[in-house]
Design a protein around this ligand. Structure first.
Ligand code: SPV
Ligand code: MN
Length: 613
């Protein structure tokens, strides 16, 4: 007798789309698609293969449906999310927990049957009158130890289109894998729409089922809540990685040029909106990735691959001086999706901090029709664009895209960088004493002043271990232990560095220019190869004045004074002791399974700081 799933698929899919799905011989996949086709009840179902025609179809549907509007430059489109749907929704992102399982208090969860019932009620009939897009992707390079097949079902052509820019094709990957249950699943509905945006934001939900490797997302459009392969997959991947002995990190990957044109690869973790993309895009270097990296031990070596192949970047402050490469790419014809920017009557996009003297007095933005001085219901002035407005572009459109982006073995990692938004404690760059000291004091103790990338108040200092706290889907102590153990399995562990691009003086002025990060990268590159000496401090190893002075001259043509060095690299012992105390409190009170070595390392750091005081 025919499987009930096949019956549903034959009834709801037309012959062409049914055939495309049937060509993937995977029972679990067919049941999954049938379940949600039946529940969501779309008018039609589009199954996308890797063919250029299918990809072009999705792009066309994005503007035919109104989810995106064409801009003046060829290939450019704009998409708007609702006024109250402009960032990741932490409060309504929850893990579906079966009775008897524990993830620790830190993780927001809902009892599985209750949560499923709720989110399925939002999905039920949500796609009536709409088209459902069934898409296949590969997280990480194809045909590689890093690859994870993933499928997304969505009623948003914008989400489907974004996936095509941001992820590697996966229809053929699914065909090759065949009848396997080992793939990630995402189901998304925008829910009820008014003027093209989700209106039921109070019913916005992102529910994560770790056992079924499935994430449900409803009543939202913002990419961080809906583009399944991004932060939704990241939560599934952290869990999978922990079980399998590798790492999923919120990290950029950049190739830094050293003497003789050698290229040394670094990964770097920074909380959202702390310069992760611009560090990956430093002029003269090459970008492998700007947001999510998988790290594996391969033949005793740390190797990293970019999970993605595009950028969903913050557009605020992208200007010709600070981000020349992105600026240029955003002004050239070719595929770019702008989101939540201002669009002028001439169909030209504008954003905050673009360095344009004259911006339009009116246009369309995330609040609908917009004019200078417009206020919202609460009397608050609406800026011309949202602070978390974004652009979506493929990495291969950038001249600085690293040639090893798609290497099945990833790239070798020689250094790992951790940095947050810190106005008064950490120096611009500092090397940890060793792997464990680095993982604990630079990674696990990372904190940052909050930004517009998540809902809530800005400027509050919060702990954000490895800049990954929002996504860690296992007990935090285990995650830290996994990181420590990773280094212990390597023949030679990457060096670990802390950086801080946000130091301020007493008047609140930044002590560094944005471009200075180029010098710190060059210094770290030389450290990897043992070509510069260091000065030892209680918290790590800092550069010598002579070395950075030379690097400032060579790479930025700047005279870097001893006074600047002394101000930037001041030891700030009281501030460091306070930070240590905050960290210890965080681990003692909030991380019941914190490994003992965390406290040992922090204790030793306190002794060094006190001795230096
Ligand atoms: C981040 O906020 O860390 C991002 C964008 O990279 S989001 O997709 O919203 O997560
Ligand atoms: Mn991110």
């Amino acid at each position: 007798m025919e499987d009930p799933a096949e019956r549903v698929l034959r009834r709801k899919l037309d012959a062409i789309n049914y055939r495309k799905l049937a060509a993937i011989e995977n029972v679990a996949l067919h049941r999954f698609v049938a379940d949600y086709v039946q529940l969501c009840n779309p008018d039609s179902v589009f199954v996308g293969t890797d063919s250029p025609q299918d990809i072009a179809y999705v792009r066309r549907r994005a503007w035919e449906s109104g989810a995106e509007k064409k801009l003046a430059t060829e290939g450019h489109t704009v998409h708007f999310d609702g006024y109250h749907d402009q960032a990741r929704d932490r409060a309504n992102t929850k893990y579906l927990l079966p009775p008897g399982t524990e993830l620790g208090e830190r993780l927001n969860s809902v009892e599985k049957q209750k949560g499923l019932k709720e989110v399925r009620s939002y999905l039920r009939d949500s796609m009536r009158g709409r088209e459902l897009f069934v898409r296949f992707f590969c997280l990480g390079p194809q045909d590689s130890p890093f690859s994870i097949p993933a499928t997304q079902l969505t009623d948003s052509p914008y989400v489907a289109h974004s996936n095509d820019i941001l992820y590697r094709k996966g229809y053929e990957t699914f065909r090759k894998v065949g009848d396997s249950n080992d793939f990630f699943r995402f189901v998304h509905t925008q829910g009820e729409l008014k003027d093209g945006v989700s209106v039921n934001v109070e019913k916005r939900r992102v529910y994560i089922d770790l056992d079924e490797r499935t994430v449900y997302s409803a009543n939202t459009q913002y990419g961080g809540n809906t583009i399944g392969l991004k932060k939704l997959a990241m939560r599934l991947a952290i869990n999978k990685a922990s079980a399998e002995g590798w790492l999923t990190e919120h990290m950029l990957i950049v190739g830094v040029r050293g003497p003789g044109d050698r290229v040394t690869y670094f990964t770097g973790a920074f909380p959202s909106a702390c310069g992760k993309t611009s560090t990956a895009m430093v002029p003269g270097e090459s970008i492998v990735g700007d947001d999510i990296a998988y790290l594996r031990v391969i033949d005793g070596e740390a190797r990293a691959a970019n999970v993605e192949c595009g950028i969903f970047g913050i557009i605020r402050d992208v200007n010709p001086r600070d981000d020349p490469i992105i600026w240029e790419a955003l002004h050239r014809p070719g595929e770019v999706i702008f989101s939540n920017v201002l669009v002028s009557d001439e169909a030209v996009p504008y954003w905050l901090g673009m360095g344009e003297e004259r911006t339009p007095e009116k246009g369309r933005n995330y609040s609908g029709e917009w004019w200078a001085g417009k206020t919202d219901g609460a009397g608050k002035q609406i800026p011309l664009a949202h602070r978390n407005a974004r652009y979506t572009i493929g990495l291969e459109r950038l001249p600085n895209c690293d040639p090893h982006l798609h290497d099945p073995g990833g790239v070798p990692v020689s250094g790992i960088i951790y940095g947050g938004r810190d106005s008064d404690t950490s120096v611009p760059v500092e090397q940890a004493f060793d792997w464990t000291h680095g993982i604990v004091t630079k990674g696990a103790c990372l904190e940052s002043e909050t930004t517009a990338a998540t809902l809530g108040k800005e400027g509050v200092r919060v702990a954000n271990p490895m800049s990954n706290l929002d996504f860690v889907s296992i007990p935090l102590g285990r995650y830290i232990q996994d990181n420590i153990a990773f280094g212990e399995r390597l023949d030679s562990a990457p060096l670990i560095f802390g950086v801080n691009n946000f130091l301020k003086d007493h008047q609140g002025q930044y002590l560094n220019a944005m471009e200075d990060k180029r010098v710190w990268l060059k210094w770290m590159e030389l450290r990897v190869h043992g070509e510069v000496e260091v000065v030892e401090r209680p918290t790590g190893l800092i550069p010598r004045y002579e070395d950075v002075r030379r690097l400032f001259r060579e790479h930025l043509g700047k005279d870097y004074s001893r006074r600047e060095y002394e101000q930037q690299f001041a030891p700030r012992i009281p501030e460091n002791l306070q930070k240590l105390q905050r960290a210890e409190e965080f681990f003692r009170s909030g991380v019941p399974d914190a490994p003992e070595v965390v406290f040992e390392i922090l204790g030793a750091q306190r002794e060094r700081l006190q001795a230096a005081q």
